[in-house]
Design a protein around this ligand. Sequence first.
Ligand SMILES: NC(=O)c1ccc[n+]([C@@H]2O[C@H](COP(=O)([O-])OP(=O)(O)OC[C@H]3O[C@@H](n4cnc5c(N)ncnc54)[C@H](O)[C@@H]3O)[C@@H](O)[C@H]2O)c1
Ligand SMILES: O=C(O)[C@H](O)COP(=O)(O)O
Length: 600
Amino acid sequence: MASLKIPTLKTPSHSLSSKLSLRSAFSANFPNSAHFSRSQPQRGRVLILTSAASSSSSNKPTVLVAEKLGEAGLTLLKEFADVDCSHNLSPEELRSKISLCDALIVRSGTKVNRAVFESSGGRLKVVGRAGVGIDNVDLAAATEHGCLVVNAPTANTVAAAEHGIALLAAMARNVAQADASIKSGKWQRNKYVGVSLVGKTLAVLGFGKVGSEVARRAKGLGMHVIAHDPYAPAERARAIGVELVSFDEAIGAADFISMHMPLTPATSNMLNNETFAKMKKGVRIVNVARGGVVDEEALVRALDAGIVAQAALDVFSEEPPKQDNKLVQHEMVTVTPHLGASTMEAQEGVAIEIAEAVVGALKGELAATAVNAPMVPAEVLLELKPYVILAEKLGRLAVQLVAGGSGVKTVKVSYASSRPDLDTRLLRAMITKGIIEPISDIYVNLVNADYTAKQRGLRITEEHIHLDGSHEIPLEFIKVQIADVKSKFASATSKSGEIKVEGRVKDGIPHLTKVGSFRVDVSLEGSIILCRQVDQPGMIGKVGSILGEENVNVSFMSVGRVAPRKHAVMAIGVDDQPRKESLKRIGEVPAIEESVFLKL
Ligand SMILES: NC(=O)c1ccc[n+]([C@@H]2O[C@H](COP(=O)([O-])OP(=O)(O)OC[C@H]3O[C@@H](n4cnc5c(N)ncnc54)[C@H](O)[C@@H]3O)[C@@H](O)[C@H]2O)c1
Ligand SMILES: O=C(O)[C@H](O)COP(=O)(O)O
């Protein structure tokens, strides 16, 4: 596993929280946390997460494995975490255990619903789905709770495709029915005459990983394969020699239909009374995707009416299905108990894939298989690192300049860059974090930033100021403006009435370079005191000596003025928080008109 070490960054101290945080965006409380990893390169996309979370008494995080997971994955998990393998938990047992867990690993048999996230008390940081389908995880609730959901999207693709082909062939040749018949002492050669696959049209609905592998194999069997998938790239279909067609064309032309889409509100019951009526009489249907994509009662009716000649189902809307389920009992239906991913090879692969993703996420590494957060390529992330810190600190400064600290509704962020394709999602998340965290007890991270902003009625608009010049530096400056609020430091308000702060990265270190209309230059480390004064000699000395007497270490001083002997803003970087008394003394210096202390 290639990993790229990055030094832990100095970040503000913070009380321990059990929620994920991007605060120390590159470090976590768990061992070996301060590094990035590219352990899951298949998508080339990554996400950083960190935790400021508690762990068990052994100082290791606790991972609850709620369903059977391959040994190789368990071994990987145990190297890093305390692993609790508790299978077949009732919903109540899961809810009561979850508050003791930092991560949860499930397959399709465990419902990770809102109640689970609510019961976690904020400790649950990662849900790992050891497989593809995440329809058993409430993603909205996970996001609201700042919990990352990762899956293992690739390791069972071939197994599922092979099972689809196995069901297709078994259905066409009545393998399961004939097997049951002969075992019951019969020899029914005439009853189980099948149909051939060669030359028949197969419609693959959902042309993703599994669908395209099924298509490839079906072509090898001599079938004519068409596919419907509104989001599939045409090149993928062309490469396999498959024609992408509309849904109606696909179901109207097919002798066989194979389902391979995720279960979502849009795909729920997509085969129903109406769509069965559009199919060729005698069509045969395979479903190894999700039970819910087929209206099961409508399928029973279509089978009874002879519209559908046969079906082969690996998945059901309720699993396990009831004993008297009409489809399970139907003579023309072949069933398996959700075995698509169940090969030795796939289960070992899935276990490793999910263990690496969960451990990585707990360490604060880059997660390549996040399903509820934007993913940022590793190389982009590295480059943006100082700007990420700048973004959070500008948000933090801007909100502390608001009188009363709250009521922030409209924030405009401007990015000045020569890069037309600058990816700002991470920067926006960090600005959101900087704005929300000082005025609430919510922890904001890349998972929940946009959601949290929306919940709080915070509207963040983004503007790209396009600069000419070299593309070498990703960003020249970031400007954060808060509209429709009063400032506790009037000089931070621009002529148009917004609180405005601007910053840039110099030698890898974020700097505050503008407050309102005043240019300053102070590195964004420690904390800052801003004073507006009438520009005159001796001011730096006066303020400096007050801070010296109070034993506050000054790291930086910078004065920005409109003109000599007119108004100026002095920005003073301090390592320690001055006492209220010291700030009062600074405010009482005759030439100082206003001052404010800002914690970074
Ligand atoms: N039975 C099993 O054990 C088993 C194993 C693996 C996967 N699966 C299931 O198979 C399905 C596909 O898995 P995958 O890995 O190929 O996922 P995938 O994301 O690679 O592919 C899904 C495809 O469905 C397409 N799609 C989305 N909405 C659609 C619609 N309305 N109509 C047509 N296509 C649509 C998507 O564009 C995508 O290309 C999922 O439901 C997954 O849970 C089941
Ligand atoms: O979505 C999947 O990956 C498959 O349905 C496999 O589910 P399982 O992990 O419960 O076998």
